[in-house]
Design a protein around this ligand. Structure first.
Ligand SMILES: [Zn+2]
Length: 119
């Protein structure tokens, strides 16, 4: 139902007023360092991201995502820590999921075609 969330562990999905709130975290699978590709599962810290997602049944969807920051144990690697990413979920520092971003772009393009620009 939500293929873009398949790399996550979903804790809760609940309706809060007119909104759907999803609490999720990145999975506990060992992850390759983006610099040296050595696998790591050693947690340095965790932080929370908030992402808007595409609406479900007309309800706004807000996801609270807990992300693991991992330690690279390779002494030859210049990267000490890195965040566990979820491919296809959202761009770095984005406030919307890629799915929602694509929906908004499609709406904007449709509106641009439907409403002629004066001049
Ligand atoms: Zn590394």
């Amino acid at each position: 139902m939500f293929p873009h969330l398949s790399g996550l562990q979903i804790q809760t999905v609940r309706a809060v007023g007119a909104m759907v709130r999803i609490d999720a975290s990145t999975d506990n699978v060992a992850t390759p360092c983006p610099e040296c590709v050595r696998l790591s599962n050693r947690v340095h810290s965790r932080y929370q991201r908030q992402l808007s997602d595409a609406a479900v049944a007309g309800r706004e969807v807000l996801m609270r995502l807990r992300v693991r920051r991992l330690v690279c144990d390779n002494s030859d690697c210049r990267r000490r820590t890195f965040a566990k990413s979820v491919p296809g979920l959202a761009e770095r520092h984005a406030r919307r999921t890629t799915v929602l971003q694509n929906v908004l772009c499609a709406v904007a393009l449709a509106l641009r075609r439907a409403v002629p620009v004066p001049g």
